[in-house]
Design a protein around this ligand. Structure first.
Ligand code: SF4
Ligand code: FES
Length: 229
């Protein structure tokens, strides 16, 4: 039997969060997300969780799984030894159970202006970028905005104004883009106490990222650019 211990909390009804345990048989290969779907469909339809793609693409099922932030849809129950403990992402208000309000994460993300700001008037057809220039962005482009790094960051816990790993890495993604014309302003914005210099290089974001990205490295690169150009 598989045991799912899930943090439950409905702010409209509960005084404080509490754990609820569910047991059921899980076939080989079942993921944590499929376990949640099974519970919702067969044992308790009041359980709230978020998901969409089921393929580690949309980023909506990030949560705290047996002590680690990860995506429920890419985590197999077998690998967790039959006992699964789930909590929602940290540093954001709980809407219900495993669903958090991602507004603080996206508010910080929006501050870095996560879109191209071209150098000149737009070209008539398209922006040409060489293969090498595009390759330069490879380490930073695959973020799915799951919020796992944000939830795992202890600096974020103490300072909600800290821009956070995903937003800072996205800033570097545009600073490094040959088509963008705002590198100087972007760098000035992130080289502050709520930006890269608030990071204590704890590496949690690097450890948890389900896309194997390295926000810690991106922040270190931004610090170097800010200090030495
Ligand atoms: S950097 Fe990784 S952990 Fe952070 S939001 Fe993007 S995909 Fe998720
Ligand atoms: S459901 Fe889309 S990333 Fe898990």
């Amino acid at each position: 039997m598989t045991e799912f211990k899930i943090l439950r909390y409905d702010p409209e009804k509960d005084q404080e969060p509490h754990f609820q345990t569910y047991t059921f048989d899980s076939p080989k290969g079942m993921t944590v997300l499929e376990g949640l779907i099974y519970i919702f469909e067969n044992l308790d339809s009041t359980l709230a969780y978020r998901s969409m793609c089921r393929a580690a693409v949309c980023g909506s099922c990030a949560m705290h799984i047996n002590g680690v932030y990860d995506l429920a849809c890419r985590t197999q129950i077998d690998k967790l030894g039959g006992k699964v403990t789930l909590r929602p992402l940290s540093h954001m208000p709980i809407i219900k159970d495993l669903v958090v309000d991602l507004e603080p994460f996206f508010e910080n993300y929006k501050k870095i202006l996560p879109y191209l700001i071209p150098k000149n008037d737009p070209p008539k057809k398209e922006y040409i970028q060489s293969e090498k220039e595009r390759k330069n962005l490879d380490p930073w482009v695959d973020c799915i905005l799951c919020g796992a790094c944000y939830g795992s960051c202890p600096v974020q816990a103490t300072d909600p104004d800290y821009l956070g790993p995903a937003a800072l890495m996205k800033a570097l993604r545009f600073i490094d883009d040959s088509r963008d014309g705002s590198a100087k302003d972007r760098l000035a914005f992130v080289a502050t106490d709520f930006g890269v210099f608030r990071c204590h290089t704890i590496f949690n974001c690097q450890k948890v990222c389900p896309k194997d990205l390295d926000p810690t490295k991106a922040i270190a690169k931004l610090k170097m650019k800010a200090l030495f150009g």
